[in-house]
Design a protein around this ligand. Structure first.
Ligand code: ADP
Ligand code: MG
Length: 704
């Protein structure tokens, strides 16, 4: 059974991590780098040269021939441009392998075609990548050979962020500073850094690659644009946590091994709710590293799937009417001496710092619900949020019975004097162990749930970078901390002031707490009564990015300036329209060239059958005749719907990019797309399997 594989031995094998640096770098250089990482100071050129040299030597030992600055532009995926290590040949025609400190620290990829939302006109298109030395470099092996990848941030000539990484690092600094302020007020003199910890749970679908290649919609858009429901869906829930089939298990084994070698702590894997849907969760890490590693996880899933003749679908809603995929973003705050600030302890009512932090988070989420919602908005996620499987589009917080009770005490009695305790779980079976239950059960329908010692933001899409949600979380909580510190630093009686503030925040923001069924219609009505925003679509979510409230927030903490926010807003509108346009054109292409011909073919068969039979005495051809009538009707509907979509799509494509265009795609083009899908999905169920031009849902998700 397979070769022996020692995880501990191979973990981080391809990573230029702390152990390798300690081994390879001269002691002084290593210490200087550690200092720079800690203080954020710049590396001097000599130190950088030595690090670059050792990094190159190590990478060559791993087989690397090239290096790349690995960055995250606003396309949602990572980007890279490869340079080989070779220097120009000497007079004997020999080359040396070289890599300088300058090349390590700074790159100029001239990547002027990435979206910049007007921040960067192409004629002044300088863009720089800068090494993020807090995230380890690694060597990646693929068809291109082995490449040294250096995690970097990507900025314009004038220092404006063109990527996801730069603002993320800025937001981490904001939450660090404000958390330390708070800790000092509570007498903590030892912690020197507070970082957000993030564990993203990645959902995905796996299907057979041969079938994938027969679906133009999957190839061009990542999701099916047509497809009738098979007789069986996910109603029996027999796939969820079910035994993993051998073909998938072999794939997962390879994924894990590859991730471990890259230092990604892949931990949990299981089947998800929908047929062919799965999940992978790593162990949580510091925010920016978790973001980088999530990108690697997505890359590795796709790459390894290909090797196994499989295709990994990261789209939020690859199949209508079965569950879509998301990414639960688990978030907490950890001090450099190992304390999780979101750990309530056994008696949270006595944990004053925790209660202050908790009510600050309530305030942050309540005040900036629109921004959090926006941070999870993408074209695919529009098909998921608010449906019956994913969190609703309304942001609310689930705290669980114990904390909700503490908050209720604060609100009604002015102070909290008791905490509900967890009881013993008794199964009624003698030989099963008894254990203490958590004080709180779970709520699967909440978009923002407290789960023991972390918050779980569940709205994020499966395909999206988790950068934006974390930028927003870090910054809005930093703001609430900062305002709390402003107040408490002035207080004469600290104890009384803290109690007062906790109570005040609990009362002012209790409307954001909700523990009922987030999928129900009653909640929509109740949320409206509470004044909580219900932002149904990406197009409606986008303006939150550059509202006056958002500009003030992000500028205060130097995370984004107004120009950066406005450019991001523009990019979002354009992305929406472009992706919708591709979907519409793909539907038009498939309908014109595959579906209508198949329908015509089927009507021809029926017509021939009718004409052959109709003159034979006592032979009834009414079934064929009726089928023919029905199919002709559907064919006519299909063609008319197609015409409408063609008109709508070409009108949309002619519009000036911006909000109006995006609104048009959402309100007109999207509707026309549904209009076309309807008759086609009906026809699929009437037409002989061999005539239908592509694999069906049944083929795709039940036969992997
Ligand atoms: P569940 O969603 O069932 O609680 P886990 O406890 O396994 O699942 O956690 C899910 C994810 O949350 C994992 O990636 C895990 O590493 C991460 N996680 C656990 N504790 C924390 C924490 N304190 N901060 C951030 N993420 C965490
Ligand atoms: Mg979870």
């Amino acid at each position: 059974m397979g070769e022996y594989f020692n995880v501990a031995e191979v973990f981080g094998k391809y990573v230029f991590n702390d152990t390798v640096m300690q081994q390879r770098l001269p002691k002084k250089v290593y210490q200087r780098l550690k200092e720079c990482i800690k203080s954020g100071a710049d590396l001097d050129p000599d130190t950088a040269d030595i690090i670059a040299h050792e990094m190159k030597e190590w990478a060559i030992d791993q087989g690397a021939t090239h290096y790349t600055h690995w960055f995250q532009p606003l396309t949602g995926v990572t980007a890279e441009k490869h340079d080989s290590f070779i220097s120009s040949p000497d007079e004997r025609g020999k080359v040396l392998m070289s890599f300088s400190g300058k090349e390590l620290i700074k790159g100029e990829p001239d990547a002027s075609s990435f979206p910049s939302g007007g921040l960067r006109a192409t004629f002044e298109a300088r863009g720089y990548t800068a090494w993020d030395c807090t995230s380890f470099a690694f060597v990646r092996h693929d068809a291109a050979g082995a490449t040294l990848c250096i995690p970097t941030a990507f900025c314009s000539y004038t220092g404006e962020a063109l990527d996801q990484k730069t603002p993320l690092l800025r937001s981490m600094e904001a939450i660090n500073q404000q958390s330390l302020r708070l800790l000092r007020l509570f007498g903590n003199t030892t912690s020197t850094k507070v970082s957000p910890s993030v564990g993203p749970e990645q959902e995905y679908f796996i299907i057979d690659q041969k079938k994938y290649r027969q679906r133009k919609d999957l190839i061009f858009t990542g999701r099916t644009l047509f497809g009738a429901m098979p007789p069986k869906g996910q109603e029996l829930e027999d796939h969820y946590f079910g035994a993993i089939r051998p073909r998938i298990a072999a794939f997962m084994k390879d994924v894990n091994e590859e991730l471990w070698k890259l230092g990604v702590p892949a931990k949990t894997q299981h089947n998800e709710v929908a047929p062919a849907q799965h999940e992978l969760a790593p162990i949580f890490e510091t925010c920016n590293i978790a973001v980088d590693h999530n990108q690697l996880i997505m890359e590795v899933l796709k790459k390894v799937a290909n090797r196994h003749g499989l295709q990994c679908l990261l789209h939020e809603k690859p199949f209508a009417r079965v569950n879509g995929s998301g990414k639960h973003n688990n978030w907490s705050l950890t001090t450099d001496d190992g304390v999780n600030l979101l750990e309530p302890g056994k008696t949270p009512h006595e944990n004053v710092l925790f209660l202050l932090i908790l009510t600050c988070i309530m305030k942050a989420v309540d005040r900036h619900a629109d921004l959090l919602r926006e941070s999870a908005a993408d074209v695919g996620n529009d098909l998921r949020l608010g449906a019956d499987e994913a969190p609703p589009a309304i942001i609310s917080i689930f705290l669980g019975e114990q904390l909700e009770d503490v908050i209720a005490q604060l609100v009604s009695e002015g102070e909290a004097t008791r905490s509900i305790e967890g009881s013993i779980l008794d199964t009624g079976v003698k030989w099963l162990p008894e254990f203490e239950k958590d004080a709180t059960d779970r709520n699967r329908t909440s978009p923002f749930a407290f789960t023991g010692n972390k918050f779980e933001f569940r709205m994020v899409g499966s395909k999206d970078s988790i950068s934006e949600p974390n930028i927003v979380l870090n910054t809005i909580v930093a703001e609430a901390f900062s305002e709390a510190c402003d107040e408490l630093e002035q207080a004469d009686d600290f104890e009384a002031a803290v109690q007062h503030l906790i109570k005040k925040q609990a009362i002012e923001h209790q409307r954001i707490i909700f523990s009922g069924n987030g999928y129900s219609d009653e909640w929509k009505e109740e949320a409206a009564r509470r004044g909580l925003p219900n932002i149904a679509s990406m197009v409606d979510a986008i303006p939150a990015l550059a509202s006056e409230k958002a500009v003030a927030l992000f500028e205060k903490f130097h995370v984004f300036n107004r120009a950066e926010l406005e450019s991001r807003m523009e990019i979002q509108y354009e992305t929406y329209s472009k992706e919708m346009n591709i979907e519409a054109r793909t539907m038009i292409d498939i309908a014109n060239r595959d579906i209508i011909p198949a329908m015509v073919h089927a009507t021809k068969d029926l017509a021939e059958s009718v004409s052959m039979i109709k003159d034979i005495p006592d032979c009834d051809c009414s079934v064929q005749t009726n089928l023919l009538r029905e199919l002709c009707e559907l064919l006519k509907d299909t063609k008319e719907a197609l015409n409408r979509l063609e008109v709508a799509a070409s009108h949309g494509a002619d519009m000036t990019p911006g909000r109006d265009q995006a609104v048009f795609y959402r309100d007109v083009v999207k509707k026309a797309m549904y209009g076309l899908r309807l008759p086609v999905d009906q026809a699929e169920l009437m037409i002989d399997k061999n005539t239908w031009p592509m694999p069906t849902y049944g083929d795709l998700i039940f036969e992997v």
